[in-house]
Design a protein around this ligand. Structure first.
Ligand SMILES: [Zn+2]
Length: 673
């Protein structure tokens, strides 16, 4: 363990982790000593001869594993954003060890009895609201982790959790391997009709792998535009099949056996605790509370989305026929004809439009909005980070330091796919004040030397989305780490991120920041109008591909017996009437949300649930005087963004809005009203 680590963070400028103090060959020792200290402290709390009180039990527990928290934050951020063989090997070794450790804590009877005693006498403890909530969450964690089971069930529960951690890691590593292994060499002829930005990205992808010419990979920022522009139906089919085959049976990285075991163990775990199914167990602590509520929401959106997708499919089918292709519209056709239709109906040339969305200006746009809304200021600093492509900003408000924001924007083979926000340090006050150190990781295609990085409209949305999560972490103002920043219910956590996307779509923001990469000219008004008008274009497709995955996730976790999950997946798609020309956004074999983590298991609906909230919050701004209305912003920060998980989500929402939302604002937002 680096001696620079402290209970409040690191003893470095701005508490940024000293990455050079964590060489790969040291991690194992650091984990060992961090685990030893944590075990010692937990044992001391559990065997404390003094009667339990909030300070000697809950507050002590909050700080018991701070060394482990530090080392985990460094290691797991690195393994996701910049992995290598040593780190992956270590990750696989650590998964069961860390799971055993959390089991030990969760099953520690001495500790649980103290927490239980405090919980039973909570009304006499004169705790404030945040303390009550922190006690409730700790108590709930213990019960949900099997602490109140009989010894035999407790042991079984513990070994299931360890096995699940191994399986999830294996699933994630298979997926990363399948994404890394697959490339498709393209000839000069095969790229000749593609837009310039895509050709240079394909060339860069080849160069990165030591190849010559052009190379398609499974990076979403390459494959999506390839499907939009490649006129070779055969190559598009190869690309879609490779995308869908990640982790599929019969490949070197077959995930199907893993996911069957994962589902069986989750069901057993839920039954041990007395739940009918895993989703009942999982959703109990969410805002949705039950699978029934989730299914209601999915059903409310599915019909209008499917109706829209069917209408769109027939338009695209006709375009394909006119194009001389006498076949049924297939998944590898949809994006090509949709893109042609978009440019015809809205007159947008994507590669021309991208010129107005250079990455540095879009970062400025996000920061400018955060400044206008919350008074935050961002000053770029140049610390040593874990990869030379990372950038860092010091975030302050009226001269007070708020935290550090790190942006790691470019794709590379060592980074897993997708975009995410995580932290190196969470905000807290108890036991030494920590200011948050937050990171946004994206997979934008890195431009060739000297070229600007140009984003699509969707990439820009991703940038704002992750920045919204970052604001949630940065604006956190709580005492205990347990409830800091994004430590909220899963179906509430996408509210700040999806909400912030609305600001990216404001004409006043875009006309200020969307400027041509070379000339600096503001985006032409007609192009801006067309981009905004096209916002709901193809929402039928986007909603259907998403909802299909959400239905499969929910079904997997509400059935009490799951065998042959891939045939159940097919059955679900039949039952909902999945159009032939659309594939699921994530099919089970590569559904990282659900099988590489526990967090989104039976929780993939969360994005939609949060969207019900974000659509309603944004309508609040519009009702109350506009997107920068100071009073609305102040209530948003007070009741939602700064509060983290210190209160129940329903209560926070009602304090902000005066009522709970319905799905109406969401249907209006998606253009299905
Ligand atoms: Zn998100």
């Amino acid at each position: 363990m680096s001696t620079l680590a402290t209970v409040a963070g690191w003893q470095t400028p701005f508490s940024i982790p000293p990455f050079e103090a964590y060489p790969d060959n040291q991690f194992r020792d650091s984990f060992d000593s961090a685990l030893t200290s944590a075990r010692k402290r937990i044992d001391a709390i559990a065997t404390n001869p003094d009667a339990p009180c909030f300070a000697n039990t809950v507050e002590a527990l909050e700080l018991a594993s701070w060394e482990l928290d530090r080392i985990c934050s460094v290691f797991f951020n690195l393994v996701a954003a910049d992995s290598n063989e040593i780190r992956e090997k270590l990750q696989a070794d650590l998964a069961p060890r860390l799971a055993s450790f959390s089991n030990e804590v969760a099953m520690n009877q001495g500790l649980f009895q103290r927490i239980d005693k405090l919980w039973q006498s909570r009304s006499e403890l004169s705790l404030d609201e945040e303390q009550k909530r922190v006690l409730e969450l700790h108590y709930r964690d213990f019960v949900r982790s099997g602490a109140s089971l009989d010894p035999e069930s407790r042991n079984r529960f513990a070994s299931i959790r360890v096995r699940l951690a191994e399986l999830r890691t294996a699933f994630a590593q298979n997926l990363l391997k399948s994404e890394r292994d697959w490339t498709l060499d393209l000839s000069g002829d095969e790229v000749s009709n593609l837009p310039g930005f895509l050709v240079s990205a394909l060339e860069e992808a080849a160069r990165e792998r030591g190849l010559r010419g052009y190379c398609l990979t499974l990076n979403r920022s390459l494959i999506v535009p390839f499907l939009q522009y490649s006129e070779s139906r055969k190559l598009r089919q190869v690309a879609v099949e490779a995308w869908c085959n990640r982790g599929a049976p019969g490949t070197r990285t077959d995930n199907s056996v893993l996911l069957e075991e994962i589902l069986a163990l989750r069901q057993e775990l839920a039954e041990l605790l007395g739940y009918r199914c895993y989703a009942d167990y999982k959703l109990e602590t969410e805002m949705a509370k039950s699978p029934l509520q989730v299914r209601k929401l999915l059903d409310a959106v599915w019909k209008p989305a499917l109706g829209q997708a069917r209408k769109d499919a027939s338009v695209l089918q006709a375009m394909m026929q006119d194009d001389g292709v006498d076949d049924q519209l297939m998944p590898w056709d949809w994006r090509l004809y949709a893109e042609r239709r978009r440019s015809r109906e809205f007159d947008i040339d994507q590669s021309e439009a991208k010129q107005y969305f250079p990455l540095p200006r879009m970062i400025e746009a996000a920061m400018d909005c955060a400044g206008r809304l919350f008074g935050l200021e961002f000053e770029e600093i140049l610390p040593q980070l874990y990869h030379p492509d990372c950038r860092a900003w010091r975030v302050s408000r009226q001269g007070d330091d708020i935290g550090i924001f790190i942006g790691d924007y470019f794709a590379r083979p060592s980074k897993r796919s997708g975009a995410w926000c995580s932290t190196f340090l969470d905000q807290k006050k108890h036991g030494g004040t920590s200011r948050p150190v937050v990171v946004n990781v994206c997979n934008f295609v890195k431009p060739s030397q000297g070229q600007p990085c140009l984003l699509s409209f969707d990439d820009t949305r991703t940038l704002f989305h992750e920045f919204g999560h970052a604001l949630h972490a940065l604006l956190s103002d709580v005492r205990y780490e347990k409830v800091s920043g994004t430590a909220v219910a899963r179906d509430f956590v996408e509210l700040p991120s999806q909400l912030f996307e609305h600001w990216m779509e404001l004409p006043e923001v875009l006309s200020k920041h969307a400027r041509h990469a070379e000339t600096g000219d503001a985006i032409p008004e007609d192009m801006l109008a067309a981009l905004l008008a096209a916002r709901n274009f193809d929402q039928g497709f986007g909603t259907v591909e998403y909802l299909a995955s959400a239905y499969v996730d929910l079904t997997f976790h509400t059935s009490d017996k799951i065998s042959a999950p891939l045939s159940i997946e097919r059955q679900v798609l039949d039952d909902i009437g999945m159009p032939r020309a659309i594939v699921m956004r994530h099919s089970a074999s590569n559904f990282a949300h659900v099988f590489a983590t526990e967090g989104y298991a039976s929780g993939y609906y969360s994005y939609l649930w949060s969207e019900v909230l974000d659509a309603d919050v944004f309508e609040t701004f519009l009702e109350e005087g506009g997107p920068f209305n100071a009073n609305t912003t102040q209530r948003l920060e007070q009741h939602i963004l700064s509060a983290g998980g210190s209160r129940r989500p329903d209560d926070m929402y009602i304090d902000f809005r005066g009522r709970l939302p319905s799905a109406d604002a969401l249907l209006r937002k998606r253009g299905f009203a």
